[in-house]
Design a protein around this ligand. Sequence first.
Ligand code: CU
Length: 154
Amino acid sequence: MSLNLALAALLLSAAPLHAEGLVITDAMIAPAPAVAPTRAAYVAIRNDSDAPRVLVGVEADGFGMAHLHESRETGGVMTMTPLAQIEIAPGGALEMEQGGLHVMLMHPSGPLTAETVSLRFIFADGEVVGTEAPVMTGPMMEGHGAHGHEGHGS
Ligand SMILES: [Cu+2]
């Protein structure tokens, strides 16, 4: 436990949770089996600065790849589109949600048994904002784990 805390402190000092004007809240990793090949992560990002901020990528500890995705339901079929970037207007917020914007975590290094996953959101100006997303347990929600994310390569 103390090792975990020391490690967490190290990670926090390396990746500020709070970059200028950008605030991350409501982070979570959706419930799924520990061995699931993909996981969906959700956060809200508020832009309290007076300039537009452009989110261009995500990294997650324990996963080889993370992409910004948008789910859409078309004629009863869920499809997902990768997004290269998302602009957050000054004073605006980006809210990820089930059935909409999410972070797709892929290529896990092993079964996910940790209680949190470190996420780092990368912005076009080089800024990186990190957060610890709790791994939720309980019944799986409709709309992400359930549809399996076929076609995400392996
Ligand atoms: Cu996805």
